[in-house]
Design a protein around this ligand. Structure first.
Ligand SMILES: Nc1ncnc2c1ncn2[C@@H]1O[C@H](COP(=O)(O)OP(=O)(O)OP(=O)(O)O)[C@@H](O)[C@H]1O
Length: 679
């Protein structure tokens, strides 16, 4: 256990992000650190830059026996101890397609500095072997990793980032974020310095090392880079957004609102920033260049603890897609450098920035706190800030998460450091249940096309339902009309048939009676043969008329049958239309043929009506003829010439299809004659 020398506010030692350390004052690597050396990547992009020679004099940490944990814990500050572990060490239940575990939490104290403004009784103690940090009054805190202040970025990387990158290369989303008060070393850790690579650079190296060592797979790597500044999202890779950010100041908040990017829910990635620029890269240099470009734009300013402080949360997202044979996996690795919390400052702009930063960090703390309570029913206020909204998919367990908490170990920052440690303690209770993204490409394609088909079928079904309602309305109207007309038609046919039967019987009677009448005619009558001939001819015409009537009847019957069949067909069509696709129904010829059939039927019905009218007049004429015959028979004293004359009138009238009129005339004449006889 090491008692740590007091560290102090340092702005003088910062020059362009450089920091020096006195060599030889670092303690031997901790167990965490030493174990990590065996895991170190053989990356060809590893930094081999020498550590800086320090102009600062460090203080050798004082070692003292560890105070028993129980006596150190204070109510509200306790952190249940658990075996030190990292993603590698901690028990988890990874299967091929899922990963279960807890968020990996590491603590990195900023190195001690030579200029001390406090006293030597530094209250902090670190025991690297046990991954424990203790405070004289606050007690002990244990995490997956508690680093020695003098570890380098590579050692931190191996414990904090490397396992997450390995998982990301295998299809699991990964998130790493640096959290801590301003000036505690977040940016130093993530971006590195002139003398050593940061975690981002090392992650990039590992990604491309993996790509190179796996020629049998095809990788696609792309990157986006955003920052959340004063609760607005800016695209650090998009020049327009970057310009907007440059011009962004508190006086123009309203006018620049259009430049900020919006967050939307996304079925694949949980959340998505709409319109965020994303570039595909093929080399590590390309990727680093891209990140460097964005970093130039990132908002920085001076705080009381950091002359070049990050005033925004910055998130680099690296998308990795890997295709091996027909298997595709994809993942997003998010590397977040959060803005540091700080106490009130004298500068107005810094104060306003600080309030936004503190607010979003508070929201992050609340979310972490609620998640750590492990109660599924609890409402998690992800929407309280842009930061928590963006980190929602990661924090809600869908991503392998590793948090690096950076701390100051000076006496004047004890409150802030304890806050960070409490945050870290809560975070390590959060469970992860991440799933691998991807699967068989053919399956993916098949699923994709099935999903498309489903959408298309649903659309067709909706249109079909709408149009079938319209069609059935039209059909219904036409069917109703056709049914009514058919009913009238069949009644007329039935009536016509009865009349025809009646007419046939009358005709038989009539011819019999005419024959007997003719028998009574005197054989000597010179025109007897002629009369017989004419009567026979009349009979023949009658026969023809009857034949014609029969044929009309069968024609009418046929039309009725066609009409009935059409009704049935229409109903069947209406049902089957509902089962047919939209195209078959509307683009095909079905509808056209249906319409033309209806039109034909309408024309035929008009014709039939005309024909029926004619037939009615024929029947009427036949009736009148019967009546005329009856009158003739009753008269008994008809002479042949009168009969002949009347017969001629009748036939000529019939030829002109004016039977009714002709018979009327005959009847009138016969009636007139009977009156004359009576007189
Ligand atoms: N582990 C470290 N080794 C050497 N120097 C460090 C280390 N950590 C931090 N520093 C130095 O401390 C100063 C502040 O660090 P840094 O900018 O990384 O803090 P920060 O947490 O990102 O602050 P802010 O939230 O304000 O951006 C820098 O000059 C940095 O070089």
């Amino acid at each position: 256990m090491a008692r740590l020398a007091d560290c102090s506010r340092d702005t003088s030692s910062r020059m362009n992000g450089r920091v020096s350390r006195q060599q030889g004052q670092m303690r031997p690597p901790s167990s965490a650190s030493s174990s990590s050396s065996s895991l170190m990547s053989t990356s060809s992009y590893d930094s081999t830059k020498p550590r800086a020679q320090s102009a600062l004099s460090g203080r050798t940490p004082i070692r003292r026996p560890m105070t028993p944990l129980s006596s150190k814990l204070q109510p509200g500050l306790t952190t249940p101890l658990r075996p030190a572990s990292s993603l590698r060490k901690r028990p988890s239940t990874p299967t091929l397609n899922s990963y279960k575990g807890k968020i990996n939490v590491s603590v990195r104290p900023r190195p001690l500095l030579s200029v001390s403004h406090g006293n030597n009784n530094n209250p902090w103690f670190i025991e690297n072997g046990n991954n424990t940090i203790a405070h004289d009054d606050a007690g002990e805190f244990q995490y997956d990793n508690v680093f020695d202040p003098l570890v380098n970025n590579r050692q931190v990387y191996d414990q904090v980032v490397k396992p997450v990158v390995e998982k990301a290369m295998d299809g699991f989303n990964g998130t790493i974020f640096a959290y801590g008060m301003t000036g505690s070393g977040k940016t130093y850790s993530m971006q590195g310095s002139e003398f050593e690579d940061g975690l981002i650079q090392l992650a990039v190296n590992q990604i491309f090392d993996t790509v190179r060592s796996d020629p049998s797979s095809r990788y696609t790597i792309s990157c986006s880079f955003l920052e959340i500044y004063n609760e607005r999202i800016f695209d650090l890779l998009n020049p327009e957004s970057a310009n907007a950010l440059k011009n962004f100041n508190f006086g123009s908040i309203g006018t620049s609102a259009k430049d900020e990017l919006k967050i939307r829910d996304d079925p694949i990635f949980g959340t998505k920033v709409i319109g965020l620029h994303e570039e595909i890269v093929t080399t590590p240099d390309d990727l680093i260049h891209l990140i460097h470009r964005g970093d130039q734009i990132r908002k920085t300013g001076g705080t009381d603890y950091n002359s070049r402080s990050s005033r925004s949360h910055a998130i680099v997202s690296i998308k990795i897609k890997k295709l091996t044979n027909s298997q595709e996996v994809f993942a997003t690795l998010s590397l977040c450098d959060l803005a540091g919390s700080e106490k009130a400052t004298t500068q107005i702009e810094r104060r306003k920035e600080g309030s936004f930063i503190n607010k979003s960090l508070l929201a992050l703390g609340t979310v972490i706190s609620k998640l750590s309570q492990n109660q599924g029913s609890l409402h998690i206020p992800y929407r309280d800030s842009k930061l928590t909204r963006l980190l929602q998919p990661s924090l809600s367990g869908e991503s392998v998460v590793s948090i690096l908490c950076t701390i100051h170990l000076s006496q004047i920052t004890v409150g802030e450091t304890l806050n960070t440690l409490r945050f870290a303690s809560r975070a390590k209770n959060i469970a992860i249940a991440a799933a691998r993204n991807g699967g068989n490409v053919q399956d993916s394609f098949r699923l994709e096309s099935l999903a498309k088909e489903l959408v298309e079928t649903k659309r067709q079904l909706m249109e079909l339902q709408l149009s079938s309602t319209k069609i059935s309305d039209t059909d219904d109207e036409q069917l109703q009309r056709l049914r009514a007309e058919n009913r009238i038609l069949s009644e007329q046919v039935e009536h016509f048939r009865r009349m025809s039967d009646l007419g046939r019987a009358d005709r038989v009677n009539l011819s019999n009676e005419i024959v007997s009448l003719l028998g009574e005619l005197r054989e000597t009558d010179s025109n007897r043969d002629e009369v017989i001939q004419k009567i026979e001819s009349f009979n023949k015409h009658q026969q023809l008329d009857l034949e014609e009537m029969k044929s009309y009847i069968s024609h009418l019957e046929h039309m009725m049958k066609t009409g009935e069949k059409f009704q049935v067909d229409s109903q069947t069509n209406a049902i089957s239309k509902k089962q047919k696709t939209y195209e078959e129904l509307f683009i095909g010829s079905e509808e056209l043929s249906l319409k033309s059939l209806v039109k034909d039927q309408e024309e035929e019905i008009i014709e039939l009506k005309e024909m029926l009218k004619e037939k009615d007049s024929i029947i009427k004429a036949l009736r009148t003829a019967k009546r005329a015959r009856d009158s003739v028979l009753n008269m008994g004293s008809n002479n042949t010439s009168d009969l002949e004359n009347e017969y001629e009138d009748y036939t000529s009238a019939k030829d002109n299809l004016q039977y009714g009129k002709a018979i009327k005339t005959v009847t009138e004449r016969i009636q007139l004659r009977s009156i004359e006889n009576e007189i």
